[in-house]
Design a protein around this ligand. Structure first.
Ligand SMILES: Cc1cc2nc3c(=O)[nH]c(=O)nc-3n(C[C@H](O)[C@H](O)[C@H](O)COP(=O)(O)OP(=O)(O)OC[C@H]3O[C@@H](n4cnc5c(N)ncnc54)[C@H](O)[C@@H]3O)c2cc1C
Length: 418
């Protein structure tokens, strides 16, 4: 098989990249052993937030002090599989260090903002071109809820940084919160609404629709796993897969949490780990009790989203090998939180899911050319912001492939930064 470009991975990053490349008239092959946006992909089961304000890395100053408490708490948001700790420790220390001072936090936030700015509008545009505008709610706004103002003030630094970047964050007092979220548990008495953010109504279907759209422009799909590259004189000749070679001039590594081995073959060692997350989804229609605007429940560290298919509660950071068996007790934690935050919702029947966030320790993806093989482009490691950032990330990857000037400065996202 032959193509101009092989896109490795049909999660949301690969899907957006394939769309951008196909729209530029290039012949594209998308290789993934699973279906586009299928359950194997983080892009299937995320919380669906198009949160252009999610600019701070997961850690923050002093967060390390809370880690022992979280690890001891059976309902806690963070867990580390003991056997995996020695391997992951260097990554974990870098992860905690990334947000350890205000200056570091501001630096990452400024850089991530360049990637996330206008994200809901970018998604609206691509979804329209793909014929699925109904999957993007560009102006829903997103709401963070707290038990009280003191909880909000404890998160004050993150909100100050967002406001300093020009992001509107509206405080919502108890009475207004009760009006706007009538089914929210009454112990939540303070909120912050971010009007510029939006949400996707069905992330897996969105991803699949983008791949179908790329196919209408001639892109082809192969159900196979990419295993490496064939190159000559440092120039890419082909992507090797479990179904044979794809001869191509360029390749984009967009295989999410599984990208490190391919990146290494292309000349870059990257500290990529998976922050495993879980969801429960109560399936049903618009009449299910739940949030009006999707909510981040700050003390429980979960996001509860109203999707086209039901109410989803997503969260948890479980540090373990990507191949480790799921620990479904962690999904049960999601169920407990969902039932507590929206007591009128019957959570007894819910679908559970585990997904792998592809995470770099500094909370920023890798979007850059590979050092070892000309023609290979990295686009992975989007951690907690892979859905929201995907529309621009796909465009940037396509710009690197076609030698167009990238629309933002890519220095902060270089593979060589580690
Ligand atoms: C619980 C949870 C909640 C989240 N909530 C949000 C949110 O609200 N908003 C947001 O922006 N982000 C969120 N995220 C993060 C987001 O889902 C991810 O960052 C994003 O989906 C990553 O997309 P991806 O395409 O890089 O990886 P994936 O979606 O994982 O796709 C990678 C694909 O590559 C394929 N693949 C792997 N290896 C190979 C290979 N060798 N050859 C070919 N194909 C290969 C896989 O089969 C897979 O289909 C959340 C994540 C989780 C887990």
């Amino acid at each position: 098989m032959k193509a101009d470009v092989t896109v490795i991975g049909a999660g949301i990053i690969g899907a957006q990249t394939a769309v951008q490349l196909a729209e530029r008239g290039l012949s594209v092959v998308i290789v993934d052993p699973g279906p586009p946006g299928g359950e194997q992909a983080a892009s299937f089961g995320n919380a669906a937030w198009l949160s252009s304000h999610s600019v701070t890395p997961p850690s923050s100053p002093g967060v390390w002090k809370q880690v022992p408490k979280w690890l001891r708490d059976p309902l806690g948001p963070l867990s580390v599989r003991p056997g995996y700790l020695p391997k992951v420790l260097p990554w974990l220390l870098r992860y905690l260090a990334a947000g350890s001072t205000e200056a570091k936090l501001r630096q990452v936030a400024g850089e991530l903002r360049t990637l996330l700015k206008d994200a809901p509008r970018l998604h609206e545009e691509v979804a329209s071109r793909a014929g699925v505008p109904e999957l993007i709610d560009v102006c829903s706004g997103l709401m963070h809820v707290y038990r009280d103002r003191a909880g909000y003030e404890a998160d004050g630094l993150g909100w100050r940084i967002r406001r300093d970047l020009g992001i509107t964050c509206d405080e919502v007092e108890a009475e207004e919160l009760a009006q706007r979220q009538p089914e929210l548990a009454k112990e939540y008495r303070f909120g912050v609404n971010v009007p510029e953010a939006g949400q996707c109504l069905n992330p897996g279907a969105y991803c699949a629709a983008l791949v179908s759209y790329a196919q209408t422009m001639g892109a082809r799909r192969i159900a196979a796993r990419a295993t490496g590259f064939r190159s000559e004189g440092g120039k890419l000749l082909a992507v090797e897969t479990t179904q044979g070679e794809i001869a191509c001039d360029a390749a984009v590594i967009a295989s999410g949490a599984r990208s490190a081995a391919l990146a290494k073959q292309a000349g870059d060692r990257v500290p990529l780990e998976s922050e495993r997350g879980y969801h429960v989804t109560v399936e049903g229609g618009a009449n299910l009790p739940g949030p009006t605007t999707s909510v981040m429940v700050s003390d429980r560290k979960v996001v509860i989203t109203r999707l086209a298919t039901g109410i989803r509660c997503a969260g948890q950071v479980e540090i373990a090998s990507p191949d480790a068996e799921p620990d479904w007790r962690r999904a049960e934690i999601m169920r407990t939180h969902l039932g507590a935050v929206f007591p009128e919702l019957d959570v007894s029947e819910a679908r559970v899911w585990l997904g792998l966030r592809p995470s770099m320790p500094d909370g920023k993806p890798v979007i850059s050319r590979a050092r070892g093989i000309k023609g290979v482009v990295h686009c992975f490691g989007h951690g907690h912001v892979g859905l929201v950032s995907s529309a621009r990330s796909g465009k940037l990857a396509a710009q690197l492939v076609t030698d167009e000037p990238p629309e933002i400065d890519l220095t902060p996202f270089a593979a060589t930064r580690f």
